[in-house]
Ligand binder design. Structure first.
Ligand SMILES: [Ca+2]
Ligand SMILES: [Ca+2]
Ligand SMILES: [Ca+2]
Length: 263
């Protein structure tokens, strides 16, 4: 009896190995059709651009038990502003057990998990609001640093903090320091950059703010206190691309402030 069980489990093991080899990503990415049975395979560190209208879109990658994995997505509200729909994401092991469910955001902070078994993990992307179909991008890595790529819009090689649209980012700054923020500007749109500091509120830092295109040294909006404008810059983008907001501590004593943008 024992030997029969051993034999059968040996067959099962071989079947599992053959199946995982067949399902294994060859490293090029881009296989699959996005269904649950044939998910798009993700390549570590590479952004996959997706679109969704009403159904689910499935992605997969293979994990090794004991290793930690990080998943990011770039969508409307929680991304760099280049994607047009808001998504929720579930993650499952191949046996169906849940890793995370209904997660809304993974841009500034990735969703991470330590694999408790080896094999395929599936990500199920669903649309947050059915009236808002559009684009998103998703990726994973074994490193906690968000992968950069022009295709996914995450190519942040600088120390700039990626700023999601329509939300405040709270920060502190010391005297004489410079801090930078990065976001995606869409051609044909006007962006509003607003901040609260000691000039207009109870925040303690006095900051001055400027705007430049990523990779350029000249400013498209010069660094200025701008308290006479009620702490805001509005700028019309004639060129799409990444822009850098530069914040400089203006007073002798630093402190805290908040900043945000919309377009
Ligand atoms: Ca979301
Ligand atoms: Ca001032
Ligand atoms: Ca100021």
């Amino acid at each position: 009896m024992k030997s029969t069980i051993k034999f059968l489990s040996g067959i099962a093991l071989i079947a599992v190995i053959i199946f995982s080899m067949a399902a294994c990503d060859d490293g090029s990415g881009g296989t699959g059709n996005g269904t649950e049975t044939n998910p798009f395979s993700l390549k570590a560190g590479t952004w996959a651009n997706g679109s969704i209208a009403w159904d689910y879109v499935w992605y997969s990658f293979n994990v090794t038990s004991g290793n930690t994995y990080y998943v990011w997505w770039n969508d409307d509200y929680d991304g760099d502003g280049s994607k047009t729909t808001d998504i929720l994401v579930d993650a499952y092991y191949s046996n169906g057990s849940t890793i995370f469910e209904e997660e809304d955001s993974a841009w500034i902070t990735p969703q991470s998990f330590r694999a408790n078994s080896s094999g395929m993990v599936k990500l199920r992307v669903k649309i947050y609001s059915k009236s808002n179909s559009g684009t998103f991008a998703i990726t994973y890595s074994t490193s906690s640093t968000r992968p950069g790529s022009s295709s996914g819009g995450g190519g942040n090689s600088s120390s700039a903090i990626d700023l999601p649209p329509n939300s405040w980012y709270n920060n502190t700054i010391s005297n004489g320091a410079t801090q930078t923020y990065r976001f995606y500007g869409n051609s044909g749109h006007t962006c509003w950059i607003r901040w609260d500091d000691s000039d207009n509120s109870n925040y303690t830092a006095d900051i001055k703010v400027g705007l430049k295109r990523e990779g350029y040294s000249s400013y498209v909006v010069e660094v200025d206190d701008r308290s006479y404008d009620d702490n805001q810059i509005n700028y019309y983008f004639s060129t799409s691309g990444y822009y850098i907001i530069e914040v400089q501590a203006y007073s002798s004593s630093g402190g805290n402030y908040r900043i945000g943008y919309s377009q």
